[in-house]
Design a protein around this ligand. Structure first.
Ligand code: NAD
Length: 322
């Protein structure tokens, strides 16, 4: 029975409004999208009162269950490992930092948004140290590598994750916008990769680097010329870095998120028309939780990925195959 039919029955009171109905409701496999649609204000089949609360509660419980499952820790996986994580003040960088610390690692977490970064660091605890770093500037990145050496003596893993997004039709993309995006997303990955790889080589550390690319490195989307160019650069840089750093025992991989529930996509996700258009291209009809992306980033950084290098893994709900 479809969710719509079920709520219709509920509305028509073909289902008795008693406590016995709760297990009955729980037995439905609610597709998240249709439940949200039905629960939305103004929907013709929107149930009222008691049933509205019950269905909302079930939906919330399901979301929390997904969050708990993807947040499951592999205890001690990164015990004794140290990392540098860029763009860690929020979003995916924060999710990576939280899970890395929870699995036993220690990290220097960096960002340009210092207040947010410090709040994240305070809530994680002493496993992480915050530092203001601008990945576009080589002096700032050099200070980051120096600080990591001072703190830990070596770095096992670099998560090169800081990034920005801006859209415009190609003819309206300004030089300033192009430079800003390329400098953060592509040059930032180059500078951080070079500084930390050099530290790994100097300290004889057979480490690994995980770059954050994007689905935009694989598919073509209008108005994203600067962003797509930057993320395509990250994907190709990942491959060349993997080849050049292999003799030192350093693996380099990337992951390519689709749409993730972070600040970066807030505007797009608030636009119903755009969301519906994007959803039509996803196999999994929802945006990812940052933790679902972090899970793959950490896998790439772990020994479980010991035979992987030069790869960009799509974590995009199947967007790139449709
Ligand atoms: N959100 C998505 O749907 C999505 C999809 C594909 C790829 N990505 C990529 O994932 C990465 C993380 O993005 P997010 O979604 O968590 O976004 P976010 O905006 O939540 O986080 C990005 C972080 O990077 C930091 N940052 C920006 N410029 C910086 C600089 N010059 N130096 C240091 N830090 C800087 C920001 O302050 C911010 O804290 C980015 O590289 C982004 O391009 C995101």
């Amino acid at each position: 029975m479809s969710c719509l039919k079920a709520t219709h029955l509920i509305k028509k009171q073909h289902v008795r409004q008693s406590a016995q109905d709760i297990p009955f409701l729980c037995a439905f496999s609610f597709p998240e999208k249709s439940v949200s649609a039905v629960l939305a204000k103004g929907h013709k089949d929107r149930p009222s009162g008691f049933f509205y609360n019950v269905i909302s509660f079930i939906q919330l419980a399901k979301t929390l269950k997904v969050k708990r499952r993807i947040g499951e820790m592999i205890k001690g996986r990164f015990e004794g490992k140290t990392a540098v994580i860029t763009g860690a003040a929020q979003g995916m960088g924060e999710a990576i930092a939280r899970r890395f610390a929870a699995e036993g690692g220690r990290a220097l977490i960096v960002d340009i948004e210092v207040d947010k970064l410090e709040a994240v660091a305070a809530s994680i605890g002493e496993a992480v140290v915050p530092m203001e770093v601008d990945v576009r500037r080589s002096d700032s990145v050099a200070a980051m590598a120096e600080k990591a050496r001072e703190l830990y003596g070596k770095v096992d893993i670099l998560f090169s994750n800081a990034g920005i997004l801006d859209y415009a039709p190609f003819l309206e993309t300004t030089e300033e916008m192009y430079d800003d995006i390329m400098n953060t997303n592509a040059k930032g990955v180059f500078l951080c990769g070079k500084a930390i790889a050099q530290l790994m080589v100097d300290t004889g550390t057979k480490g690994c680097i995980v770059n954050t690319s994007s689905i935009n490195s694989k598919i073509v989307a209008a108005t994203t010329s600067a962003y797509s160019a930057s993320k395509g650069a990250v994907r190709q840089l990942t491959r060349v870095m993997a080849v050049d750093l292999a003799p030192y025992g350093i693996r380099v991989n990337a992951f390519a998120p689709g749409s993730v529930k972070t600040r970066m996509t807030e505007k797009t996700r608030a636009n119903k028309e755009k969301t519906a258009y994007f959803q039509s291209m996803w196999c999994i009809k929802r945006s990812a939780e940052p933790e679902e992306e972090a899970a793959v980033a950490l896998f790439l950084a772990s020994d479980d990925a010991s035979y992987m290098t030069g790869e960009t893994v799509c974590v995009d709900g199947g967007w790139h195959i449709v």
